[in-house]
Every structure is written in structure tokens, then in C-alpha cells.
Ligand binder design. Sequence first.
Ligand code: PFF
Length: 455
Amino acid sequence: MSARRTSIHGEWSSRFAFILAATGSAVGLGNIWRFPYVTGESGGGAFVLVYLLCVALIGIPVMMAEILLGRRGRQSPLNTMRTLAQEEGRSPAWQYVGWLGMAAGFMILSFYSVVAGWTLAYVVRTATGVFEGATAEGVQSIFTDFIANPEGLLAWHTIFMVMTIIVVSRGVKSGLEQAVRFLMPALFVLLIAMVGYAMNTGQFQQAVEYLFKPDFSRLDAEVVLNAMGQAFFSLSLGMGAIMIYGSYLSHTASITRTAVVVAGMDTLVAILAGLAIFPLVFEYGLEPAGGPGLIFMTLPIAFGQMPGGALFGALFFLLLVFAAWTSAISLLEPAVTWLVENRGMNRVKAAAWSGLAAWVFGILSLLSLNLWSDDRYKLFGMPFIDLVDWLTANVMLPIGGLLIAIFAAWMMSREASRAELGLADGLGFGLWRFLVRYVTPFAILLIFLNKIGVL
Ligand code: PFF
């Protein structure tokens, strides 16, 4: 019976442990680095509104679908999809969802590790007082000089990837639960303190209007696609990360409540990051559309001016490193479990090989920031790092999410999904099924069709 299947990779100690791990995966650079800069590039409020709609109407239903499939399959995403497709009498081609997810995870990890490396470097910089008394221009040029130096970036990228490999090779459950239990609340507290600082010293009112007063004239197909991509990226959806974590979840836990809590916390962290950063952006006359360096060019100004800023700033970036770390391990986990299941590798070897591959691929992103930054090396007008980010978040994750929603909603029997969700045949189940059958897939498709100009 599928309901009794157990994972060879182990189980969480409780539902709370799963919430911690899934939140650890969701909360990361996506919230604190990516959300503010994509918001800035996409023009603010209207983007934020569409993003929130995507979280509610696409994100939560897909997250429930991923947890449901993962817990029923209890294997790597690829083997879970294969097994469930077989059980439901569907095409074995569904396993390609697993392949797509592993490819996306590997591509995301490659540039994620580069950016996490910046964060590591900034722990040291803030701690040593580099930003003390620095002007906005000074902070900006420190960042530009920093990313112009490939050797430095490579060292940090390497350190972060090794950190990721070490945790994954020990098994994500040992250590992760403890880490997230303390670090997440700490990050939260520091973020709130930053919002407090921004409230007192920055253009808070202007930032609130920028984030929450939608200017619909800024809304176009690209902005809507960015919002959907950001929702997938930030919630870790569409590539099997939440599915593999779901496979370690006990049968008694409520999937609905879990998904709502994780999505709620993730969204809250992103909004807090926006409220901490944009008041400074406006205060110092910076460009909201300043790109991926945005947080590295704004927060250090504040750390350079506040009393005790060196310590506080170092702690902030350190917690961001931890947040990135707990996300990075979930990017590797689907591939590692697959290598263990299908290639007979042990965890250590599987983690080392897949991490090494992502590390090598990441070097292309890293060089696109400096040695290969001129136009000759751009693909579709973007530096390689932006291209991989755009392609994974805006295309691969939503396609993965679309297929996962379709599978859970249309390929699984009503009985199987109801039993797995543990919901009675009432309003809650009806709502989820309606969303995941009709609203979610059509919303994703509409956004794609709109973008490619069919609508
Ligand atoms: N959700 C992570 C973040 O916001 O930083 C990034 C991420 C992790 C994306 C895992 C996708 C994923 F599967």
C-alpha cells in the first residue's frame, strides 16, 4: 500500500521540524536579495500585488501538491513521479518532471552559491568596519570593485559550495532542524530591527507607497512573469525541493496548515526586507532598479552609520548566509537522493559530485560579472548570471509547477489525493482541488501566453 511507504532517507522528527526545514528552504537570498531588486526593476507596487496574488493562487496550491506527491511517493522527486504515474496508470513520461527539477536545482545552485559568496564576503567586510562612515557612493564603489575581481569571488563561491556539500552529505535532517530553529527567529528579529532603523532614518513613507500603492501603468507581461517567477523561486517550488522534504514528512501532519504557514512566513520576510531596504534607497537617492547589487549597496550605508553597525551588520549578513545555506541544501537534495537511489552512490559521494558540477557551472556566472561582462558575451542581451536566473525562475520553475499541479489535480485519483491531504471531503479539500485543477494551471498558462504575445 502506498500509504505505508517509508523513505529510505529517513523522516522528520515532527511536523514542526518539517515546517522549519521547508521554511529554511523557502527563506533565503530569494527574499532578502532577490525580492527587493526584482521589485525595483519591475517598478514597485503593481509587481508586489501580482506577486502576492501568485503566492496565494499558484504558490500555496502547488506547495500542497508537492508535499502531497512527495509524501505519497517517499523517494527522490524523479522516482516519486515515476512510481505515482505507474500507480495511477499514467505515462512514465511524468518522470521528466523530476529531470526538469534536477536541472533547475543545479542551475539555480550554480549562481545562488556565487551570490551567497558575496554575502559571506560582506560578513567580513562589515565586521572589519570597512563601511564605517562610508557615503552612498563609497559603498557603491566597494561593491563594484568587489565583483570586478574574479579570484575573490571564486574563493567565496568555493567556500559556500563546500559548506553546502558538507551539510547535504551528512543528511539534511541532522543539524538542519537545530540550525533553523534558532537562526530563523534571529534573522526575523534583525530584519525587524532594520525596518525600525529605516523607519527612523529613511524615507519610510515613500517606500511604503512604492511597495503597496500599485501603479498599474508599470504592469506589462514581463512584470507579471517576473512576479510569478519570484513566487516560485521564493517558495522553492517547481523543482522538487519541497517534494523531497515532503517525502520525509509523517503521515499524521496536516499539509494544508503547513503550506499556509510556510508561505506566510516566506512572504512576511520578503515584505520586511523590502521595508528595510527601500527607505534607504530613497533616502540616499539610489536607483530602485539598481539590479542584483541592491542590498549590498544600501544596507552597508546604514551599517556604516548606526552605532554598533559593524557588529550588527556582520550579524545580519551572517544570518543571511545561514538562510542561504538552508536553501542551498534543498537545491541539491533532489539530485542527491536520486543518485543514492538509482546509482547506488553513498550520500557523501553523491553530494560531492553534484555540488562539484554546480560549482563548475557557477564559474560561468561568476565570470559574467567581470572578465566576460561586455556585450560580446551576452546571450539574449543578458549577462550569463542574469540569463540563468531568468530562465530558471521565470521559465523552468513555473513549467515544473504547472506539471506538478496538473499531475496532482488531473492524474491522481480524487480519492488518493484526498486521503493523502488528510482532509475530509469538505470545503477545504474542495477549495484546494478547485484551485489546483482550474485556477493554478490556467493562471500559469495565461502568464506564459501573455508574455510570448499570444494574448
Ligand atoms: N527559496 C529560496 C530562496 O528564496 O532563496 C531559493 C530556492 C531554494 C529556490 C530551493 C528553489 C528551490 F527549490
